[in-house]
Design a protein around this ligand. Structure first.
Ligand SMILES: NC(=O)c1ccc[n+]([C@@H]2O[C@H](COP(=O)([O-])OP(=O)(O)OC[C@H]3O[C@@H](n4cnc5c(N)ncnc54)[C@H](OP(=O)(O)O)[C@@H]3O)[C@@H](O)[C@H]2O)c1
Length: 334
């Protein structure tokens, strides 16, 4: 697998990373522990060196699995995890997802100690604030991250779903290496304000849900029904009526894949890679065949004419429905 640098930081990662959330939450069914460890280790063998988790995923369980899987390879991989909730006093929304943000310095201190233990390491390579806490000035958060960096417990830090203005303020106090927010062929809002600011400040970008939570791969059709335990069953974009309309985009991606003799998943990932050399998508999968397929996106290239055509085409496709249920959307910064 080829590598990329996240912004000006010097942090080198595989051009496609592995999002590990789905091993334990959001998209059932989940593999057992042995199988999860086997798949994550296979990813290392395939050249993935960038792994994404968070303390909040399945309330610590995801970090524990990732930590165990990667312990023998710790020196070869870049571990990214996230803080930002008060999980000791956790409050859930109607979809059983934590909503009580906390980025108070004392919460961050507890979070890092827990993550280091679960990830079986003495440092986190990239530590993101999962959501901006409106109760804590971002300067205080950046200051705390500066302390953790001085202590050697964190090598780089970043933010997730933060506004361009917050990123600027944070970067002034303690240099931000990467921002992780949603970006894909069906959610292009970061193009408006976020990407120009990241380019200006030399900050890398890690698009999450690069496959549109699976839809862009062509895996779903108008009859697809999501089980109640599947997070997509609560997402407006996936309700049957909206999904039907949103499949127009997927048809276009499938056509493009046919023209370029590749797969829709590879098109979706390669399109993100083609936007900027400092973009590193982190598709999530629990299947080895898909790990291989997704990594292969690095070999798909587009001419600038093709990119312009795709962009014009995407501009004319209307995607309907919000990308998150309301209680979760409210936690993202506009
Ligand atoms: N910062 C944040 O707030 C935030 C939010 C969401 C996610 N994330 C991170 O971003 C990562 C990726 O996002 P995501 O998991 O939400 O969405 P995603 O990567 O867009 O899509 C994951 C879904 O696509 C399926 N899939 C993957 N590769 C495929 C392929 N080649 N063909 C067909 N289906 C395929 C997966 O199924 P299988 O697993 O069955 O293959 C899974 O259902 C997460 O794992 C997490 O680490 C961060």
């Amino acid at each position: 697998m080829t590598t990329r640098l996240l912004g000006n930081s010097g942090l080198k990662v595989s051009a496609v990373g592995l999002g590990c959330m789905g091993f334990t939450q959001s998209y059932p069914p989940y593999p057992d522990k042995k199988e999860t460890i086997r798949i994550i280790r296979k990813a290392v063998e395939l050249g993935y060196t960038f792994f994404d988790t968070a303390e909040v995923y399945s309330m610590y369980k995801n970090e524990e699995l990732v930590g165990e899987a990667l312990e023998p390879y710790r020196d070869q991989v870049v571990l990214a995890t996230k803080f930002g909730y008060d999980l000791e006093h956790v409050q859930m929304d109607s979809n059983n997802r934590p909503v009580n943000l906390s980025s108070r310095p004392e919460t961050i201190r507890k979070a890092i100690e827990g993550s280091l233990k679960r990830l079986r390491t003495d440092h986190i390579d990239l530590y993101y604030q999962h959501r901006v806490d409106p109760q804590v000035p971002i300067e205080d958060v950046a200051g705390m991250l500066g302390i953790l960096i001085k202590e050697g417990k964190v090598l780089h830090w970043g933010l997730s779903e933060a506004s361009a203005a917050t990123i600027r303020r944070a970067h002034q106090v303690c240099c931000v290496t990467a921002v992780q927010s949603e970006y894909s062929m069906w959610y292009r809002k970061p193009e408006e304000e976020l990407l120009p600011v990241l380019e200006e400040l030399g900050i890398g970008f890690v698009p999450f849900s690069p496959l549109g939570k699976g839809v862009l791969t062509g895996a779903f059709n108008k009859d697809t029904q999501f089980d109640h335990s599947d997070f997509r069953s609560s997402i407006p974009r996936f309700n049957p009526q909206n999904l039907l309309q949103n499949l127009t985009l997927v048809e276009s991606i499938c056509e493009l894949a046919e023209q370029k003799e590749t797969t829709p998943a590879r098109i979706a990932i390669a399109w993100l890679l083609a936007q900027k050399p400092w973009i590193v998508p982190i598709p999530g999968t629990k299947k080895i065949a898909r790990l291989i397929e997704n990594a292969g996106a690095v070999d798909i290239t587009f001419t600038s004419d093709e990119l312009t055509d795709i962009s014009n085409h995407l501009d004319h496709i209307r995607i309907v429905g919000e990308r998150y249920p309301e209680e979760q959307e409210m936690l993202t910064e506009k």
